[in-house]
Design a binder for this molecule. Structure first.
Ligand SMILES: *[C@@H]1O[C@H](CO)[C@@H](O)[C@H](O)[C@H]1NC(C)=O
Ligand SMILES: *[C@@H]1O[C@H](CO)[C@@H](O)[C@H](O)[C@H]1NC(C)=O
Length: 363
């Protein structure tokens, strides 16, 4: 409460132009797919949505919010640790006035790096549209605090971008003989997605982002949906594992290449594949009873179809690594976010988020 009221005063001072937006609470912007969507798709005519129970069952409101989680997701947990409120979806009518100054979430479930990823979901906010909204956001904020201070606000923000999984799951491997798989061998496709991703990151930099966490994909072949469809024996599906093994190291390399070109460590690669593989390969060590069976779903591994009010639902979400057929539980997200903050350079390159926050608070 106290931090909130001092924040309000700060916002008012910023709005009056008496104070540069040099803040204790760092603005936070989020881009990407369902792993980080805080509810934008609720405002769209799309089938990629998480707006009915039991989604949100462990969220503070115990209601679905559009997050693909039983409770908090990765950006929520980053906000929590930074001591800030969760980012509001950019499309939320509540995101107005001084609320804009703490950041926004532009992510949309179903999107990928490529424009043709997720077309089956119809109306989703593709990544270039997310970037366009970011630009629109900046002009809205400019009318509140002026262009110069808006620039400063964006420059000092933390940014998170999570993309790539859907370019495989909901594109290349969506159906046998997909258009992309006929066009590209897997290694060529990975190179193509990476080269397109590079353009997205460069655009984010052009739009003013100066600290950007870039997560990789998880071990995509191990999610309950893929086990159910491709691997009844319970071994992680080979082709998707191969895709993750090709994609993630190249993403790290690309990120480091962009940093060299810029001459500054703007982009930070989070090895979410490794973070997730840790608890998938040894669930018991992390307090999970299973990393194969989703908490919410039906069929083999609860991995078939969507999580709906009619699905099987586990009584204790904390002991499941996967909430639904594709998305980690809040507990699993906490393990990932813990690594993002404190992981060694095997997890976070060139450095973890604690180090970044400490470095940036000195400047
Ligand atoms: C994807 O769409 C954006 C915006 O519409 C466009 O600028 C970009 O060139 C497209 N990418 C490809 C590879 O077609
Ligand atoms: C973060 O990274 C730094 C540098 O690699 C490391 O020394 C430190 O132990 C890590 N954890 C924390 C909490 O800073």
């Amino acid at each position: 409460m106290e931090t909130f009221s001092s924040w309000m005063i700060l916002c008012i001072l910023v709005a009056m132009g008496t104070l540069a937006p040099h803040v204790e609470a760092r603005p936070f912007f989020v881009f990407g797919d369902s792993l980080v969507d805080n509810g934008n798709n609720n405002y769209l005519a799309t089938s990629a949505r998480a707006d009915s129970p039991p989604y949100g069952i462990d969220y503070p409101s115990h209601r679905p919010t559009g997050r693909f989680s039983n409770g908090l997701n990765i950006p929520d947990l980053i906000s929590e640790r930074m001591g800030t409120e969760s980012t509001l979806p950019y499309l939320s009518p509540e995101l107005t006035g001084e609320r804009l100054l703490v950041g926004a979430n532009f992510a949309s479930a179903g999107v990928g790096v490529l424009n043709d990823t997720g077309i089956q979901f119809l109306n989703i906010i593709r990544i270039y549209k997310q970037l366009e909204y970011f630009q629109q956001y900046q002009s809205r904020v400019s009318t509140l605090i002026g262009a110069e201070q808006t620039q400063a606000l964006v420059n000092q923000a933390l940014v998170l971008i999570t993309l790539g999984g859907n370019d495989f799951v909901n594109n290349y491997y969506l159906v046998p003989f997909s258009a992309r798989s006929r066009q590209f061998s897997l290694p060529d496709y990975v190179r193509y997605v990476i080269s397109e991703y590079r353009k997205v990151l460069v655009r984010l930099y052009e739009l003013g982002a100066r600290r950007v966490l870039v997560t990789g994909t998880g071990p995509m072949g191990c999610v309950p949906a893929e086990l159910a469809q491709r691997s009844p024996t319970g071994q992680c599906a080979v082709e998707l594992q191969r895709a993750a093994a090709l994609f993630n190291p190249q993403l790290e390399q690309m990120v480091s290449g962009v940093n060299s070109e810029i001459g500054s460590q703007v982009f930070i690669a989070a090895n979410t594949r490794r973070m997730t593989t840790d608890f998938i390969s040894n669930p018991a060590a992390y307090g999970f009873v299973t990393s194969k069976i989703a908490c919410c779903g039906q069929g083999l591994y609860n991995g078939i179809g969507l999580c709906t009010p009619l699905s099987n639902l586990c009584p204790n979400r904390d002991i499941y690594a996967f909430w639904d057929a594709f998305h980690p539980s809040e507990r699993a997200n906490r393990i990932i976010v813990q690594r993002i903050f404190t992981g060694s350079d095997e997890y976070m390159k060139p450095m973890n988020l604690s180090t970044i926050l400490a470095l940036d608070s000195k400047t």
